[in-house]
Design a protein around this ligand. Sequence first.
Ligand SMILES: [Zn+2]
Length: 76
Amino acid sequence: MVCLYCKGKMVHKTAPFSMDRKGYHISWDAVPAWVCTQCGEAYFESAEVARIQKALDMLDRESVALSGVGESSSSN
Ligand SMILES: [Zn+2]
């Protein structure tokens, strides 16, 4: 496997992954990924991407409850 950018050698290790979402920011320190030894470009495998997607879906749901947005308090 070679890097799409520089054709450098890829090694399987971990790379940080971060994402800005509406209302929160998330980052993982070490996600399994292929990292280019030359330019440092990281490629995440589909299994990891799917897992991240799943985690974000869950966080999206829970963060709605945490922020109170969409939760109309009709208690009185
Ligand atoms: Zn590269």
